[in-house]
Write a protein that binds this ligand. Structure first.
Ligand SMILES: Nc1ncnc2c1ncn2[C@@H]1O[C@H](COP(=O)(O)OP(=O)(O)OP(=O)(O)O)[C@@H](O)[C@H]1O
Ligand SMILES: Nc1ncnc2c1ncn2[C@@H]1O[C@H](COP(=O)(O)OP(=O)(O)OP(=O)(O)O)[C@@H](O)[C@H]1O
Ligand SMILES: [Mg+2]
Ligand SMILES: [Mg+2]
Lengths: 225, 225
């Protein structure tokens, strides 16, 4: 499903260059549950943005379900992304002055789903995450952990084949974190592919395989499940 | 130092009311290290914003170092806050398009410190948090965990007597989280008062006392150290 070969990502900052990813090879089969771990600043989110077609590699090849991503223009990339990939951002990226229901329903706008059906599915996703009584709250009227759960509901509402989650339980106490993890396990056993960045050992242990990143490089020995 | 009596905080949302804190009594002595725990949405950040003079109670009394906070107008409250309190926000609240050095130096502007001295102290605080090589990066050019450490450096740069931290290690892997915790312990043994919201059991165990909040109320039996 996901295949990166010799992928690097370099940020230009005036005269300086910051190497976020350095010659990275990653292969993720359809239906896998993979955890990505590494210190702060090691390149985890950068890797995830590339896998999620939100950013392009500086060099190297990325093929998604057999298609070379470099061959797709921005419109076709956006269409592929909105149909096949659900993304939970590390900083949530919720729309301000928009309530939780509308935030969660937004990805369905591109799928041609009726307004009534969009809101029905969005409400169901929010209830699944324990936020049935917060559907009318905007991000500023929600706690940090509630915003995080809205971001998770939004990533799942289109029922995507590939789910990418960047520290999805970072702001949740252990019981709510465990509920989110059991939701991901359920989606995995229903055949979804899940790639999840975490520094929580319990969450990492739930995955079938772990990828360790340090200073932009993948540590050896990660291929075994 | 911090004394809340019968404090409530109610948010108005059109016709609805959301009770975030309900009749809360909290007393924190100068020099204590206290952890605040509770599920997502239970009122932890709301409590911290009131203690930090960033928000006012709907009812009840709050006295800080013997002064009733209700008697202070907004200007005197802001002066007290910028001199005596360091705050690490759950969502960092860094200034966009402003590099890490300027973000960290900003609180010193109100203290009448020379530009040269502001930058010297800001650089030292960033180096203390392992970000000596990221001083020129704006928040968009930093990872999540790096942004969190910039927010911590900014809270400490004025050497405040009271440090309030809202999930300060939420985005940090265990080794960097441990470094932040040892920094807080150092500040505590130097006599600073620390109140820290966390869901990480190891961090909570470092505190002398724990306060548990659930649905806006403090659970009984938290007074013992
Ligand atoms: N502006 C607001 N309007 C209405 N309700 C609000 C507002 N801000 C917060 N709330 C509600 O108040 C309650 C307490 O929020 P608070 O941010 O204090 O929770 P918290 O304990 O910090 O949670 P978390 O661990 O998720 O950060 C939540 O249920 C939240 O939905
Ligand atoms: N726009 C940018 N310009 C320059 N450097 C950047 C930019 N974005 C990220 N970086 C750098 O790239 C490196 C990798 O960042 P990334 O966000 O992938 O880390 P991460 O592993 O997700 O860390 P964290 O656990 O703290 O979220 C970091 O050192 C960061 O400072
Ligand atoms: Mg990251
Ligand atoms: Mg909070």
């Amino acid at each position: 499903l996901v295949h990166l070969q010799h992928v690097s990502r370099v940020y230009e900052m005036g005269r300086l260059q910051v190497v976020a990813l350095r010659d990275v090879d990653v292969a993720i089969q359809s239906g896998e549950f993979v955890a990505v771990l590494g210190p702060s600043g090691s390149g985890k989110s950068t890797l995830m943005h590339i896998v999620g077609c939100l950013d392009r590699p500086t060099s190297g090849q990325y093929t998604l379900a057999g298609t070379p991503v470099a061959a797709l223009d921005d419109d076709r990339l956006a269409a592929l992304r909105s149909r096949a990939i659900g993304f939970v951002f590390q900083s949530y990226n919720l729309l301000a002055r928009t309530n939780a229901l509308e935030n969660v329903a937004a990805p369905l706008l591109y799928q041609g789903v009726s307004r009534r059906e969009r809101y029905r599915r969005a409400r169901a996703a929010l209830e699944r995450l324990g936020l049935g009584d917060r559907v009318d709250h905007s991000p500023a009227e929600l706690s940090g952990g509630q915003q995080q759960r809205v971001a998770i509901a939004r990533a799942l509402v289109t029922d995507p084949a590939l789910i990418l989650a960047d520290e999805p339980t970072g702001n949740l106490a252990s019981d709510q974190g465990a509920e989110v993890l059991s939701l991901f396990r359920e989606l995995h056993s229903a055949g979804r592919t899940i790639v999840l960045i975490t520094h929580d050992q319990e969450v990492a242990a739930a995955a079938g395989r772990q990828i360790h990143i340090r200073d932009g490089s993948i540590a050896a020995g990660e291929i075994a499940a």
